[in-house]
Design a protein around this ligand. Structure first.
Ligand code: 13P
Ligand code: SF4
Length: 327
């Protein structure tokens, strides 16, 4: 029996749904029951009625489902941690709040917003301060709403997403520790970033524009602000796919996001905005064998890599996530 046949058979036997992010390897992506961006996956998985959920993605994604649906058994073939999410923990978060306090901004005047690419603990710290979670597809709406509080936004952990939203909304921003006065900024960004999306540069855009003058440049908002500013379209993974699917086949496109996803769009005239292969190492950890082993673990009752979160953390993290869903 092939691995694919084994997986198909186990799925038929068990009460399980498999979901996968667009950055997963093709072999994993192809066997998923549902695929999507971070927001779509969290929404779908939390509402799914099967007892078991196998999440093929990175750690914060599986955790988000567990926060939203605590009674569901959530398992991950690999608990691979997003490198950006790893750049912040509660200690660093508290240190950043303290830096702002030392600069003359009281804690009561800070409205934190965390990108969904963060741990349950960081989401809980944000939730405790009355803050929000956002994703790349709704960050602007969430920040618009958070600003109604009249407070300064502390945006964690992705400085690029925070700065890109500030530029888009005509607001001022700074990065904690960049030497500027945070009191002058509307959005104060934590100094985190995605190493994969840092691979795209303005020079790459210039190279493609010179080679193909009518090419469209598309990027993810985790790319540097100067890259997004020179792009024709900026959006979440799902928004990028939708935008590309609506373009005529002959339209040349260059995309600045993760390799597996862009490679699947190659039936169009698609190029990748980098001379190196921009693969997300942690997304790529999950293999078909790992999915099969996780299914087998459900069958054997030992539930491989099950996500657990303490109720105290879950409660506050839920508040931050739920404020996003309420919007
Ligand atoms: P999306 O929400 O756009 O799927 O992004 C998730 C991510 O980690 C991009 O690097
Ligand atoms: Fe995290 Fe970047 Fe990988 Fe997305 S591409 S999961 S932000 S490391």
């Amino acid at each position: 029996m092939t691995l694919n046949e084994e997986i198909k058979q186990l799925k038929e036997e068990l009460d399980v749904t498999i979901v996968a992010h667009f950055y997963q390897k093709d072999e994993v992506f192809d066997i998923a029951d549902f695929t999507g961006d971070s927001l779509e996956l969290a929404k779908f998985a939390a509402r799914d009625t099967k007892e078991n959920l196998i999440f093929c993605g990175v750690g914060f994604m599986g955790q988000s489902v567990k926060i939203l649906a605590p009674n569901k058994r959530v398992m991950m073939p690999k608990i691979a941690c997003c490198a950006m999410a790893k750049m912040i923990d509660v200690e660093y978060y508290d240190q950043n709040v303290k830096i702002l306090e030392d600069a003359g901004i009281t804690k009561e005047d800070i409205m934190p917003v965390t990108y969904i690419n963060s741990s349950a603990e960081v989401k809980a710290a944000v939730g405790k301060m009355g803050g929000y979670v956002c994703t790349s597809s709704n960050a602007k709406v969430i920040i618009q709403s958070a600003l109604k509080s009249g407070k300064k936004i502390l945006f964690v952990p992705d400085r690029c997403l925070g700065q890109n939203i500030a530029i888009d909304m005509g607001l001022t921003s700074c990065v904690v520790g960049d030497g500027s006065d945070p009191k002058e900024a509307d959005i104060i960004c934590y100094n985190g970033f995605c190493s994969v999306h840092q691979l795209f540069d303005v020079e790459d855009i210039e190279f493609y524009r010179e080679k193909y003058p009518d090419i469209l440049v598309i990027s993810h908002p985790e790319c540097k602000p100067e890259v997004c500013a020179k792009s024709d379209f900026v959006g979440s993974t799902s928004q990028i796919i939708k935008y590309i699917k609506e373009l005529p086949l002959e339209q040349k496109i260059v995309v600045g996001t993760e390799y597996n996803m862009v490679n699947r769009l190659r039936e169009k005239n698609t190029y990748i905005l980098s001379s190196t292969k921009p693969e997300c190492p942690t997304m790529n950890e999950t293999r078909l064998e790992d999915v099969r082993d996780t299914l087998l673990s459900i069958k054997n009752g030992d539930f491989h890599n099950e996500i657990t979160i303490s109720e105290e953390t879950r409660k506050y993290a839920f508040e931050a996530l739920n404020r996003m869903f309420e919007l």
